[in-house]
Design a protein around this ligand. Sequence first.
Ligand code: SAH
Length: 386
Amino acid sequence: MTGTPVRLDLSSPSRGPRGKPPRHFVDLTPSERAAAVQALGQPAFRARQLATHYFTHLTVDPEAMTDLPAAARDTLAADLFPPLLTPARTLTADRGTTVKTLWHLFDGARVESVLMRYPDRATLCVSSQAGCGLACAFCATGQLGLTRNLSTAEIVEQVRRAARSLADGEVAGGATRLSNVVFMGMGEPLANYRSVLATVRLLVAAPPEGLGLSARNVTVSTVGLVPAMDRLADEGIPVTLALSLHAPDDELRSELVPVNTRWSVDEAIDSARRYFDKTGRRVSIEYALIRDVNDHAWRADLLGEKLAARGQGWVHCNPIPLNPVPGSRWTASDPAVEAEFVARLRAHGIPTTVRDTRGSEIDGACGQLAAVEDEAAFAPASEEER
Ligand code: SAH
């Protein structure tokens, strides 16, 4: 197979005003939903019926909406549930329990989401932006630059479709429910604050107002945008916060995570601690272990000291072996070095668990999402399945 780009059918719906996605039910407030169904000649209470179809039954298929008058179903669905995401590719790994989907958005922008099924839970990793503007040196998405923010409906649709697919038994292991959502796909969620927060509210609201996930099972991962972290702490939704630190010293962190020149290591850690104080949720510190770059024993000690200096029981560490990005000179730490790094953090009293690298062979692991769609990039999955 060559690296020729695949031609894909983009049957996009009509565009919204000024490049915005078409109007979607999920983006409307309850009163806007009522007004929208009335504008289509239907009583306002149909808005609640539509919410039940969407959030409880996870469907936008008019055929399934048998409690609506047959004559109105198609119009309501077409008007309020325009297709926002077109699946362009899906790839599976880990015996079918990891599924990566490449989505085309209405304007041709591309994002990916990754569904990971475990014995005790099913987690969807969602994208909140097409591309990302923060340019972290080791992250595939960071090399793309920012295309645009996603709307709330574009993020919630990733979740609804994953939940539907699990409910339909499409993922190996039989039908199940979606239990966790992590904002660890493409983009910096706190740089798209409004849409992400509205998404979070819909994820945790009880059906039929939302998907009914537990807030603790929703993780917002950030590069450390301190004002937005502080704002999130005040929202009264105890989601899990993950801070992508990757270095305990400003000199190195500013190289790896350029936004560190704006909010330093200490400022980001202080904000994470305030998040714990306000929400009672233990914060996760993400740390991609990069061979000979940030994996030194002294850096483990410095990180352990900085976290422990702010108390015990408020934080845990998630080192992850770097998922090498094509073309990068960096690679994952040696397993013995990783083990030493973990041991030193634990010696400082910091609970530490190494994160798995699910989906790495389909470029579906953390930091690998780049929405590539040439044949070469998609070849490994078919090999794997053989
Ligand atoms: N912008 C958010 C979400 C990004 S992706 C954030 O920065 O937190 C989720 C996690 O994957 C982040 O911790 C990110 O730093 C990490 N990551 C990025 N590239 C990686 C790579 N190549 N290997 C391992 N982890 C990576």
